[in-house]
Design a protein around this ligand. Sequence first.
Ligand code: ADP
Length: 536
Amino acid sequence: MSQRQPSLEDFALLAEVSEMLTVLDQQRVLDRIIEASARAVGAEQSSLLLNLGDNEDWRQIFIGYFPDPQGGGGHAPTVQLAGDAVSAGLPGWVIQAKKAAIVTDTHTDARWQPIPGTNPQARSALAVPFIYSGEVLAVLTLVHSQPKYFEEYHQQLLTIVANQATVAVRNAQLFNRMLEQQQQLQAMLLAMPDLLLVLDESGTIMLLNDPAEQFLNSGGEGGRGGGTLLGRPLSDFAAADSTIAEVLAWLRAGLAGDTLDFEVRSAERRRDFLGTVSLWASPISGKHGYVIVMRDVTQLRDLDRFKNEVLHLASHDLRSPLALIVGYCNLIELDTPEDSPVRAHLQVILRTTHRMDNLLNALVRVEKIRKSPLELHQSIDFHALVKTAVANQLPTYQSRRQTITTELQLDDAPLISLDPVLIGESMENLLSNASKYSAEGERVIVRADYADGRFHYMVEDHGIGIPEDELPALFQSFYRTRSVREESIPGQGLGLSLVKTIVERHGGDVWVESEEGKGSRFGFWLPSNPTESSAP
Ligand code: ADP
């Protein structure tokens, strides 16, 4: 143990290092710690190896410190990657041992290896680790050209310094990381085309991105005065745009869960927005508030409106002329001699018109099913529903000399509340496809069971099957596989999309497995307690 008593300079050093605890600029903290330590022990040169964390390489910061009698010192930090220094030499030893070390003579101590940039005249060295949570965060190395320069006392003093410095470095590192995260968040907000507003509990704007700022600023009264909108209550903008008034009404009504989705139209701007309000809460400060994101969906809604107009057109304006065409064809047929070739032409017109009428009907029906509420009947017997679907399809199967085998395991199944017409239709749809896309005389199997709270329904055929690359598109409206189009098998490509819509609206899901040329399995499951979910 050294007998040396602490000097005034030593206390000054400790005071200087404790001051560092409040400095958040990491580079400044490091520079000052390295310099002050070297000055305090009279070292000629000091360097610091720093672990940047995040799996990055260690960095070595050198500061040449050459004390002169006037008390000034040369001070020129250089930074470089640490390379081998962390595994070899004195710093490497300190990192491994996690304790300070003194090299009394660099010529005889095997731990000493000159580090590039260190004074080659160095004859003695002192290295101290900065340890945080059991990990070495940094190693400070001081050198002197005189052998046996460093004493036990220096080591003790610098260990105390290192303990304080570790906290200062860690603080600065955490602060830097926080700054970095803040900058990432800022960049994200800037890149986001949606409107984003963060409000506190009272509805005051705490954060907003440029699109939100432009939106609020461009709206008449509320935007008056421009400038930053931070700190202003959102209610200031209620008169500026009807969407804001509506958002405020949602907030006043309170959120039932953690998030709320809504759709609003700005009457002033004639734009549609899809919005989400989510709650945020800070477990540390106990504060909470709202995050509002609004996406401009005007283009989508315009398309939707256009689609509705087309459907309206289809269901009314296009169907009436079709009825006229059929009527006149029938009239012409009456006036046409039996052996006239015109009769064959009329048949073609009638068949085509009939196909068009079917397509229009199907389109209107799809739309109706998508929009109208489900008729959720209580207590439906799933077993009976399957039986009815099979019985309804039997004539089709018989006309093609095909058979249906049923394998039903529904004895212990509870009753289920569902829309029996729509689910029955979905069951029949899969059955009729199995018949249509199988050869005459084929056998189709229908399986249904109840397991783990789910009703399963599945139709298996040994028909034409579906190539793997076409499977993902099957449930899209109007999708028909290449082979059925080439072979001109009649159909509209709407049945499966309808089944998917119906099943998903009941909270279930559809699936398909198939192998080209071998056959297919189409199926769906329903939860035992379906609740109506909105149209997908
Ligand atoms: P549609 O049968 O009127 O064409 P669907 O929506 O019911 O319309 O089916 C979409 C497409 O999926 C069909 O055109 C067909 O290519 C394929 N498909 C459906 N069911 C089967 C099946 N059981 N076997 C082979 N292909 C099928």
